[in-house]
Design a protein around this ligand. Structure first.
Ligand SMILES: [Zn+2]
Length: 299
């Protein structure tokens, strides 16, 4: 049972030992959390947003995720709790004057200081590199070190003067326990918002919500079909009928409830400007370039 040369394999060549646990440099891992988007893993660059669990993202990565949640991406589970752009807050960060950007080490011949960070605390000047605890305020998005918030007791934001309460403070990239706590408060807040909405919705609005709900409308539409079918043929034959019908009804119901993003009151101007229907995207005739389609025959 040897190899070609008649050698006899030894035990260590045949038996695989226990897998070596890959040791991740704790410092590097921590520093990476503060440098890279939690979703796209790209370098963080403004505009930077944070979720309710205190993770950092590039805003464009979150928007991309929200526009097409079905697309296959690594790391999607990181953002699964983000339902809309309102679930994240754009951060108001303070630039580090020491930060020289990437160009300093463009040739790769210098020691790259892992702990030199892009941002600092505006109150005490600590660097935001993972060594110190940092928090953001959900009210205004300003970011401070925990030390600043602890030492300078205040009820208004140090940077922009907006009032805030203790529960508006969210720890950025916190420990496991802190994240667990944030998750609990997030769930509580969402449950509260849900019950609050329900009590507001009185019977008058209920009819409207039923109409918007595409599933509900498809069911109501399929009901008469079911009756027709059962009168004509046996009930067992009609069973697949309504289910197929409801599938076909669904898209038309969705089209009916579709409306322009520009008309939505709840969306911000910045969000609306992402779409071609926005007024800033309108072009005069000579500004529009000709549409050229390349067919594979040309190459
Ligand atoms: Zn502020």
């Amino acid at each position: 049972m040897g190899c070609d040369g008649g050698t006899i394999p030894k035990r260590h060549e045949l038996v695989k030992g226990p897998k070596k646990v890959e040791k991740v440099d704790k410092n590097a891992e921590l520093a990476a959390k503060w440098k890279y988007c939690a979703l796209s893993q790209e370098k963080l660059r403004r505009p930077i947003v944070a979720c309710e669990l205190g993770r950092l993202y590039n805003k464009d990565a979150v928007i991309e995720y929200l526009l097409d949640k079905s697309a296959e991406r690594p790391n999607v589970e990181v953002a699964s709790h983000i339902r809309g752009i309102k679930d994240v807050k754009e951060l108001n960060l303070t630039d580090n004057p020491e930060w020289e950007g990437e160009r300093r080490n463009a040739k790769g011949d210098r020691y790259e200081d892992m702990h030199c960070s892009m941002f600092i605390c505006p109150v005490v000047g600590l660097e935001m590199n993972g060594k110190h605890k940092f928090c953001y305020l959900q009210t205004c998005g300003c970011v401070f070190s925990e030390r600043a918030l602890r030492e300078v007791k205040t009820e208004i934001c140090h940077k922009c003067g907006d009032p805030f309460r203790d529960e508006d403070i969210v720890v950025l990239n916190g420990s496991k326990e802190e994240q667990e706590k944030l998750k609990n408060t997030m769930e509580e807040r969402r449950a509260k918002a849900k019950t609050g909405k329900k009590s507001k919705k009185t019977s008058g609005v209920e009819a409207l919500s039923k109409h918007v709900d595409s599933k509900g409308s498809s069911e109501s539409k399929s009901a008469p079909v079911n009756e027709e079918n059962s009168s004509g043929s046996s009930s067992s034959d009609s069973a697949p009928g309504p289910s197929g019908c409801s599938k076909m009804v669904k898209p038309s119901a969705a089209v009916g409830s579709k409306r322009s993003i520009q008309d939505m009151d709840g969306k911000s101007e910045a969000y609306k400007s992402l779409f071609t229907t926005h007024s800033s995207a309108k072009r005069t005739k000579d500004q529009i370039s000709n549409w050229v389609t390349h067919t594979p025959y040309h190459f």
